[in-house]
Design a protein around this ligand. Sequence first.
Ligand code: ADP
Ligand code: MG
Length: 293
Amino acid sequence: ATPMALLVASGRAAQLGIFVKGQRVLEQAEGGAVVVFDKTGTLTDGAPSVVEVSPAQKVTRQEVLRWAAAAESGSAHSVALAVRAAARAEHLDLPDARAVTEFPGLGVLGIADGHRLAVGRPAFLRRRGFAVPAELAAARHAQERLGRTAVFVGAGDRVVGVIAVAERVHPAAARTVAQLHGLGLRTVLLTGDNPFAAQAVADQVGIGHVVAGVLPEDKAEVVAHLQESGKHVTVVGDGINDGPALAAADVGIALGTGADAAIDAADIVLAGRDLSRVPAAIGLAWATLATIR
Ligand code: ADP
Ligand code: MG
């Protein structure tokens, strides 16, 4: 590669809020080009809101929110932000949580008020040994069918509540997807969230292909699969959970507001959360290549 060509291209790009960090060798792909979007925080607004709290019998919604917010005290995940905002809005006094650990794409664990706490995707709490009361399993499915993200909150040895979170799609998302389609690129929505929430967002932004319920390490596997079928893959993401997929992509694009792990793994970083820069960033990745050759 000619460093000069790279420098000139990156200088021009930086003025557009597109920062080129690294360069990979792009090969012309037989199977065409695909842009894979993460959902939460990438296609959707960074600040979702809690729309429903369903407590178990003999538990109050305040207890559910307090424990959830305490366990989420150290997380930057959008569900954590929504939960903490809801606890703040209700002026809840939060217990200090200790031993707080985040599991990317799954949820968080912690200890507070003498209880083992957990917040996260239902399968995560089940696997961690929290018993699921039937009414909460039903509440979860009802919320998911409404296109919401439903997380379980566990305290002690059982699930004590379901918190439903609703997201709004990013204002530039539909326009950006339409532009990519106009350029002949195909789009995929790849998410760890449930299939209903994923489909609701895909419908709103015009993405036809949805892969939901995917664990972070399996996101990279989906990218590898597309590459094996001869496709050139761009990944756009923001979370720690997107790191492996961004690294596996032919071109990895991280939002500037994203997690450090996403930014580290990406080739291109966009200023702020401006999705509308994605087509230009992809064009740049290819134009830089053309200059070098
Ligand atoms: P996406 O792929 O859409 O960005 P993630 O992989 O970040 O979604 O998360 C997948 C699912 O894991 C979320 O829908 C949520 O159920 C759960 N999850 C991940 N992190 C957290 C957290 N900090 N608190 C609660 N739930 C979480
Ligand atoms: Mg995300």
